[in-house]
Design a protein around this ligand. Structure first.
Ligand code: ATP
Length: 254
């Protein structure tokens, strides 16, 4: 489990301010859903936690240490598409997660370590419901199966933090519901911190223990890049008190 702290973070691309003065603490083991209008910086925030982008100003820490500048095995990621290797089978893809985590330089395991990794990979493949498909290539899998594979591959790294960027955005509602039913118990069992960007409010509230909304609160019509997004809602869904939910009231348990 892992805690993330964000302090006075600004992100600018040229003269465009994307995120302004972000301050945020994410508790270990929480499931944070990030919502907001298109272009407000949700994926940029995720990429900063992943280590793909750096803040222009400010600092970010993971368990009290500065976030490493590059993606590592401590942070797994699943994108909406194209997260898996097309030239590897289901088993090969999940095994690559273990190999990357345990042998970052070579990306290969040998002997007893490889046999142990194959055993763990097979367990994970069964856990995400792909037990009957372990020797298939991604092109022979449906969209939902590919996303289950992407989740298994990310989990093989045993990440402290799992980052999900609209992971179910391309799936039909039925498959999406199946993915929710898969992900929630996995998260509860593994106890990771999850940050998920989604456009689907229902999904945000169904899966999250906390929902954060990003949006611009100030606009300059003459200079659209002058102001960035801030956190406009920060809802702790584990609190046993009434909280305002986008204009509605969620009643506390009676
Ligand atoms: N590498 C980059 N260089 C320049 N501008 C960028 C870069 N990355 C993101 N941006 C800009 O930052 C803004 C936020 O982009 P981002 O993808 O984070 O938004 P988002 O909230 O995830 O959007 P969506 O919901 O549509 O995916 C956009 O205006 C985008 O054009």
């Amino acid at each position: 489990m892992s805690a993330i702290s964000v302090r006075d973070v600004w992100v600018e691309f040229g003269d465009q301010i994307v995120i302004e003065n972000l301050n945020l603490d994410i508790a270990s083991g929480s499931f944070v859903s990030v919502v907001g209008p298109s272009g407000c910086g949700k994926s940029t925030f995720l990429r900063m936690v992943l280590g793909q982008d750096r803040p222009t100003r400010g600092s970010m820490t993971l368990d009290g240490k500065p976030l490493p500048d590059e993606p590592g095995a401590d942070r797994g990621v699943v994108f909406q598409r194209y997260s898996v290797f097309p030239h590897l089978t289901v088993l090969g893809n999940v095994l690559s997660g273990y190999e990357f985590a345990q042998s970052p330089l070579l990306g290969k395991l040998f002997g007893a370590k490889r046999r142990a990794a194959i055993e763990k990979a097979e367990e994970l493949i069964v856990a995400v419901g792909l037990g009957a498909h372990r020797d298939k290539y991604p092109s022979a899998l449906s969209g939902g199966m590919q996303q289950r594979l992407a989740i298994a591959q990310a989990l093989a790294k045993d990440p402290k933090v799992l980052l999900l960027d609209e992971p179910f955005g391309a799936l039909d509602p039925g498959t999406r519901a199946q993915m929710h039913a898969l992900l929630k118990p996995l998260w509860a069992r593994l106890g990771m911190t999850v940050i998920m960007v989604t456009h689907d409010l229902k999904e945000a509230f169904t899966l999250g223990t906390r929902v954060i909304a990003f949006d611009k609160t100030r606009h300059d019509p003459q200079a659209p890049g002058r102001f960035g997004a801030r956190i406009t809602y920060d809802l702790d869904l584990t609190r046993d008190v009434a909280v305002p939910v986008l204009g509605f009231e969620k009643r506390a348990a009676e």
